[in-house]
Design a binder for this molecule. Structure first.
Ligand code: FE2
Ligand code: FE2
Length: 290
C-alpha cells in the first residue's frame, strides 16, 4: 500500500470561481498529481447554490467529487442530481434524514490506489442560519456505519466559527484522515496534523475573486455595511484564485502524513478570463454571502 493524495478545493464562487478552477486545475494536477480532487460548489451558481448544468460543467473541469453547504438547496433543480444514484455529490450530512441527497459518498481514486475515500460534509451550528443536527454526533453515527473497516474519511467542516471547526477536528482526531474547514471563503494559515494523525485546517478559502468581500462586489457590501441601506450584492471581480488543501493519506493506516495549503492565482491575460470561451458574466442575486 502507498499513499493517496487528495486535493480539496474551497467554495467555487460564481463565474470568477469557475473560471479560475477551469484555468488552474490542470496546473495543480500537473504539480501534485492528486489521485482525487474534491471541491465545494455551494456558491457556483451566481454565488448561491449549484444547478445541474453547472454540476456537470464543474465535473468536466476535472473535479471528481462535489460537496455542498448551507446553500445546498438554493438551486432547487440540484435535487435531481442529489437523488441520482452514483453521482459523486454530498449534501450536508446533519440535515434532516428526509432531506434529498446522500450523507456520505464513496469515491474510488484514479490510478493504482487500492482504498476507497469516503467524503462527509457537515454544517456548523454557530452563526449558520440553516438548522442542523449536531455535526459531532452525526459524524460519529456515520463513521460507525460506513461499509468498510478502518475507512479513509475526509470530513468537511462547513462552519463559520473557528472554535467549532477546531472542536470537531479534535473530536475526530485519530478517527478520520482530515477535517477541512470551508464556508468563510477566507484561507487560514494553520494547516497541520493533529496528534492522532488527522490533518486539519480551519478554512481552505474559496475559489473565487479575492478583490471582494468574501466573493461579493466590494463596493456594494461596503455601501450596505457602512449605511445599513438595502444594497443588492453583485459578484466581485479581481484577484481570482483557486484555494484549497492538499492531503496525503497513508493507505495502510487511513491517517494523514501531510497537509499543505494550496493557492493558484488566475492569469487574467489568458482564457477563460481573456478572450472567448469562458462563462458569460453574471450579476448575481442579493442575499447571504457565504
Ligand atoms: Fe456556506
Ligand atoms: Fe460558501
Amino acid at each position: 500500500m502507498g499513499h493517496v493524495t487528495i486535493a480539496f478545493l474551497g467554495d467555487i464562487f460564481a463565474v470568477p470561481g469557475r473560471r479560475v478552477v477551469q484555468q488552474q486545475l490542470p496546473t495543480l494536477r500537473a504539480d501534485h498529481e492528486p489521485d482525487l480532487v474534491i471541491a465545494n460548489a455551494e456558491n457556483a451558481c451566481r454565488g448561491l447554490g449549484l444547478s445541474p448544468d453547472l454540476y456537470r460543467k464543474i465535473r468536466g473541469y476535472g473535479i471528481d467529487a462535489i460537496t455542498l453547504g448551507d446553500h445546498v438547496f438554493r438551486e432547487a433543480k440540484i435535487v435531481e442530481v442529489l437523488e441520482t444514484p452514483g453521482e459523486p455529490i454530498a449534501r450536508p450530512a446533519n440535515l434532516p434524514a428526509s432531506a434529498a441527497g446522500r450523507e456520505w459518498i464513496r469515491i474510488e481514486p484514479s490510478g493504482d490506489r487500492t482504498r476507497s475515500v469516503f467524503v462527509i460534509t457537515v454544517l456548523g451550528r454557530v452563526f449558520v442560519s440553516l438548522p442542523s443536527d449536531s455535526p459531532f454526533t452525526t459524524v460519529d453515527r456515520i463513521l460507525a456505519a460506513l461499509p468498510e473497516p478502518d475507512p479513509i474519511v475526509i470530513v468537511e467542516a462547513h462552519m463559520e466559527a473557528t472554535s467549532e471547526k477546531a472542536a470537531l477536528a479534535h473530536h475526530l482526531d485519530g478517527r478520520v484522515a482530515a477535517v477541512l474547514g470551508t464556508h468563510t471563503h477566507v484561507p487560514t494559515a494553520d494547516a497541520r496534523i493533529l496528534p492522532g494523525g488527522t490533518a486539519f485546517i480551519t478554512d481552505v478559502g474559496m475559489c473565487g475573486p479575492y478583490d471582494s468581500v468574501i466573493g461579493r462586489d466590494k463596493r456594494a457590501v461596503v455601501k450596505h455595511m457602512s449605511t445599513s441601506m438595502y444594497t443588492p450584492f453583485g459578484i466581485g471581480e479581481g484577484d481570482e484564485a483557486l484555494c484549497g488543501a492538499l492531503i496525503r493519506v497513508d493507505e495502510a493506516t487511513g491517517r494523514a502524513v501531510h497537509i499543505e495549503r494550496i493557492e493558484y492565482r488566475a492569469d487574467r491575460t489568458q482564457p477563460p478570463f481573456a478572450g472567448q470561451g469562458g462563462p458569460r458574466g453574471e450579476t448575481g442575486a442579493s442575499g447571504q454571502q457565504r
